[in-house]
Write a protein of this length. Structure first.
Ligand code: N01
Length: 537
């Protein structure tokens, strides 16, 4: 603790954690329960859960198999929590996170329904002043921002939006009270992960479902089924080994990834392999289980989409609708999976509106006018996504050394080291910040928080006041990230991955695409060097 006298209205703590999702909860656990620090945590939600607190829309469930979509830090927790489904629903994941909060006594550290408005570093005291929307001020030596990669909502403004007399909801701000959509005329804007789940859930029950699609995406089935008992036996038989396998892989999704390239086999073998993974289901599985070059080779990418295109045309009965659903883009967004998505368009009560050809002109009292047609609706669902990756960080005013704000530093793009720190902002750690790895998140959050815990412990042990990346470490990391991303196909397609979904946002690389195994090696190297090579202290 600092011995600098606090102002009377400022509460002194060792650390502030922002966020109550997977990453924030584990941060509180490590800092409070393991390192024994005095930790104040905040979330603007009314309770724990992070993304799973907010995303309560119909059909919301994880699209990562649950054996890797959970915490690993406590084997007893892993063994004792019994998941009912391979891709659990939002309610089950939220129950799990509530259980974790109670089991490790994390709730006591939180103040909910509180937005952190600013964090300002004071060079003299080497402490952060954290100000909330309740007018409170906290002084902390360490600051952990676990604010979510996909958390700041993207709510486009449509002309006449306020005139619409029905109900309107964004998927990521879904009401807590029951919203009954059965037998209603529902319009869904957006066909990303959120949109396809809502569409598949509502198509069988809505009186009429109108899907406003701007850009179709490649969707494969999830093939939802019970958790494979043999897999669970194997994990329980070698828990540490499985955990290591998850982390030291490319995507951390917990399945064996392919080591061979599609380019190295003939066309028939490629086709058969994609058919097989399509039948088995899963988005990342489809991209990474058959071959290792779908995200980097045009040949592999085309072979992958040929199979999906064939399935779309086989599944969707109306050829004109099928035509609209087949993307013209490369398969280089976050890979999607959902059961019964394309089948949703076979209901006579589902209408697909191509809003590229017939743009949404306005919202009216009764619904949405796209092109020349007014679609009458009782409910509009905005499945329009997020100001992803850097969005939530930039909604907090952040000021580091020499009065430099994060908003200024990141004006052209975000700059970080490992996606966890940014030069000039000492003792400020981000979990899954920009330029972090492109992976399944929960196991990687944990690995990052462990690294953060070690960095903080090291700072305390050597009696340093602050720890931060050197400018060179940050520059080298940025260069490595950009070189890696340039070798992939992802920059060639517009999506939240490169910022292109938000008007005015810099369209740049926001990720380390070199695979999680290599990413783990960078964190391990920092530890081995006792954070000596890269950091000023
Ligand atoms: O958001 P998105 P999301 N007019 O940005 C459309 C994670 N996630 O919430 O492509 C008309 O992917 C937009 O159209 P276009 C997962 O990582 C996971 O669906 O920009 N349309 C697009 O179709 C995922 O990748 C899970 O042309 C407009 C859609 O809205 C990430 O979150 C579940 C528009 C937005 O798609 C984001 O997914 C949910 C406009 N003005 C989310 N503005 C699971 O684990 C936007 N769109 C299951």
């Amino acid at each position: 603790m600092s011995n600098v006298a606090a102002q009377p209205d400022v509460v002194e703590v060792d650390a502030v954690v922002i966020g109550g999702g997977f990453a924030g909860l584990y941060s509180v656990h490590v800092l409070s329960n393991k390192l024994g620090l005095d930790v104040q945590a905040f979330d603007n939600a009314g309770d724990v859960g992070g993304t799973w607190y907010w995303n309560r829309y119909p059909g919301a469930r994880s699209d990562t198999e649950v054996n890797a979509y959970c915490y690993f830090f406590d084997e007893k927790l892993y063994r004792e929590w019994k998941w009912s489904e391979r891709y659990p629903r939002q309610t089950e994941i939220l129950s799990y996170l509530n259980h974790v909060a109670d089991r490790y006594d994390l709730r006591k550290n939180y103040q909910f329904s509180t937005q952190v408005e600013s964090v300002v570093f004071d060079e003299e005291s080497s402490r952060w002043t954290v100000t909330t929307d309740k007018g409170q001020r906290f002084s902390a030596r360490f600051l952990i921002e676990a604010v979510g990669l996909l958390s700041a909502t993207n709510v486009p403004e449509f002309p006449g939006q306020e005139r619409f007399k029905g109900e309107m909801y964004h998927t990521a701000r879904w009401p807590h009270e029951q919203v009954d959509l059965a037998g209603k005329r529902v319009g869904v804007i957006g066909t990303g992960s959120s949109g396809i789940q809502v569409i598949s859930e509502l198509a069988p029950i809505a009186e009429h479902l109108t899907v406003f699609q701007r850009t179709p995406q490649w969707v494969v089935p999830s093939r939802h089924r019970p958790i494979d008992p043999d897999l669970l036996d194997r994990i329980h038989g070698d828990y540490a080994g499985y955990h290591r396998e998850v982390l030291y892989s490319t995507t951390a999704f917990g399945f064996p990834e392919s080591a061979i390239s599609a380019e190295s086999v003939d066309e028939a073998a490629r086709h058969d392999a994609f058919e097989k993974v399509y039948d088995d289901g899963g988005g990342f599985q489809y991209m990474f289980k058959a071959f290792n070059d779908v995200g980097t080779s045009l040949v592999a990418n085309k072979a992958a989409t040929d199979v999906i295109e064939k399935k779309i045309r086989e599944t969707v009965k109306d050829p004109a609708v099928a035509e609209l659903l087949v993307p013209t883009e490369l398969y280089a967004k976050r890979p999607l999976c959902c059961d019964n998505y394309y089948e949703s368009y076979n209901y006579p009560t589902t209408t697909l509106v191509d809003v590229k050809a017939n743009p949404i002109v306005e919202f009216t009292e009764k619904g949405i006018r796209a092109g020349d047609t007014e679609y009458e609706l009782d409910v509009i669902v905005l499945a329009t996504g997020f100001d992803a990756v850097s969005g939530n960080q930039l909604r907090i005013f952040q000021q580091g050394r020499q009065g430099l704000s994060l908003q200024d530093k990141w004006r052209d793009r975000p700059y970080t080291y490992l996606g966890t720190m940014t030069a000039g902002f000492p003792n400020l750690y981000m979990v899954y910040g920009p330029m972090g790895p492109f992976t399944n998140q929960p196991p990687v959050h944990e690995a990052q928080v462990n690294w953060i815990g070690d960095a903080i412990q090291h700072t305390l042990e050597i009696g340093a006041r602050t720890l931060e990346p050197t400018q060179k470490a940050e520059d080298d990391w940025m260069e490595l990230c950009d070189e890696g991303a340039a070798q992939t196909l992802f920059p060639r397609v517009n999506s939240w991955i490169n910022g292109a979904n938000i008007p005015g946002k810099p369209v740049v690389n926001y990720f380390y695409m070199g695979g999680n195994a290599a990413y783990m090696d960078f964190m391990d190297a920092d530890r081995a060097s006792r954070f000596g090579d890269h950091f000023l202290t």
